[in-house]
Design a protein around this ligand. Structure first.
Ligand code: KE4
Length: 429
């Protein structure tokens, strides 16, 4: 058992001043038990806690650090930007540069607006869809998480699912009565609702590949059928690609599935680890955004030069890397864990796509939130704890994704497979 005295001491202090001592619920390890470790630094594929322990990191700040921690070119580029100041509240060339870079990867985003988080991106996208269509209802899917904006915090995934509060307190019914929640991957239920209520439905929003109920991929024609249905009934299709943007390729889920949504939301990787989000659509839709149109959205630090610098350098590097590197490593890791499960007759299935994956402690394939909820979260917690003891930092919740970075190497994967074998086959409680 590593020494964790310093983390425990810091956690005690943190709990006196922040709810559960954290600034985002899932970080409190509530779903896996034990106290969170406090991080001193990150480098490459590893993080180092305040007690001197090091871990292979598969959380990567919940996805943004696809290049790994403290990538040297990114750090140098941020330092250069910092020397010119931190924020101006006025346009800068760098904002245009990153928007052009994003548009090259996401041609469906003819125009876009930079914001400060994924939540702001999806909140703005919903407002834009309602303003553009002059309709109020929104369809979302159980287990999908789109940030903590009121109207979407209904049967949400991620931390909301982790703590069994998929619908938060403090949200008046008036703010969620226009939110229709359906099971993911069930196109028949979507078709029925759209046929009956399309005149009131502004948009369908989803994670095109889910990460927030754990990784759940769309069934064969789910996305194509959604696209066809929404187009047929004048409903906007919103892809929340906050997690999937630049995760699978220099593009998004819309690139690999060849489906063009009407509005795309981004975050995480486009900021390279600094606070950022973006939403974009056709020129016709985006020209509804203030000051051109009546849909108001604003932000003191939107397009912040330092966050943009971090994101721009990250995307410049991603434009020339070979994604096969992290996709192959992910496949090697996940197939090895599946083999361990088979050989030891464990109730364990692994969902993965590109460079994100989740171990589900169940013997069935997980295609929606109900499937994910049938998992044995106690077994997940035991796995997490054993992996942490072995120096591997996994997502501290069954309802989250794990990620690889370009800083992960062969030895990281070999060590992780060995740690997983020990964690999954050890008999001690
Ligand atoms: P942020 O507001 O946290 O930047 O983005 C919200 C969001 C929107 N859409 C998707 C698909 C997301 O995954 C997220 C945020 N993801 C979670 C992790 N699953 C952030 C981690 C946390 O909440 O602590």
């Amino acid at each position: 058992m590593e020494k964790r005295e310093k983390s425990q001491q810091l956690y005690k202090q943190a709990q006196e001043i922040m709810p559960a001592g954290v600034n985002s619920p899932v970080r409190a390890f509530g779903a896996v038990g034990g106290d969170p470790i406090f991080i001193k630094k990150g480098k490459g594929s590893r993080i180092y806690d305040v007690d001197g322990n090091s871990y292979i990191d598969y959380v990567l700040s919940w996805g943004p650090l696809i290049l790994g921690h403290a990538e040297k070119q990114v750090i140098a580029y941020i330092k250069q930007a910092l020397s010119k100041g931190t924020s101006f509240g006025a346009p800068t060339e760098a904002e245009t540069n990153i928007a052009q870079m994003i548009k090259r990867a996401f041609p469906s985003m003819e125009k876009m607006r930079l914001v400060n988080s994924g939540t702001e991106a999806t909140m703005s996208a919903i407002r834009l869809a309602r303003g553009f269509t002059k309709k109020d209802k929104i369809i979302k899917f159980e287990g999908c998480y789109h940030g903590h904006t009121d109207s979407l915090l209904v049967k949400a995934g991620s931390g909301a699912a982790t703590f069994g509060i998929p619908t938060s307190t403090g949200i008046p019914y008036e703010l969620t009565k226009n939110t229709i929640v359906l099971p993911y991957n069930d196109i028949d239920q979507v078709r029925a609702i759209i046929r009956s209520s399309h005149k009131q439905i502004a948009a369908v929003i989803l994670e095109p590949v889910c990460g927030n109920m754990g990784v759940v991929v769309p069934k064969d024609n789910f996305l194509a059928d959604l696209r066809q249905l929404t187009r047929e009934y004048d409903i906007l299709l919103i892809f929340d690609e906050v997690m999937t943007g630049f995760r699978f390729c220099f593009g998004g889920a819309q690139t690999i599935f060849k489906i063009n949504p009407d509005i795309t939301c981004l975050g995480k990787i486009i900021g390279g680890g600094l606070p950022i989000g973006a939403y974009g659509a056709s020129q016709e839709i985006m020209d509804c955004v203030s000051p051109l149109g009546g849909m108001y959205q604003a932000g003191t630090l939107s397009g912040n030069p330092i966050a943009v610098a971090c994101g721009l350098k990250t995307l410049q590097i991603l434009q020339i890397v070979d994604y096969k590197k992290i996709i192959t490593m992910t496949e090697a890791l996940c197939t090895a864990i599946e083999a361990i499960a088979r050989e030891n007759k464990l109730d364990l299935t692994v969902n993965y796509l590109g460079s994100m994956f989740t171990l589900f402690f169940t013997n069935k394939k997980v295609f929606n939130y109900q499937d994910a909820c049938s998992c044995n979260t106690k077994n997940y917690a035991a796995y997490f704890t054993r992996m942490l003891e072995s120096g591997v930092y996994c997502a501290p919740s069954q309802f989250e994704a794990n990620f690889l970075s370009f800083a992960h190497g062969k030895k990281d994967i070999e060590d992780t497979i060995q740690a997983a074998k020990n964690a999954l086959t050890s008999k001690d409680d």
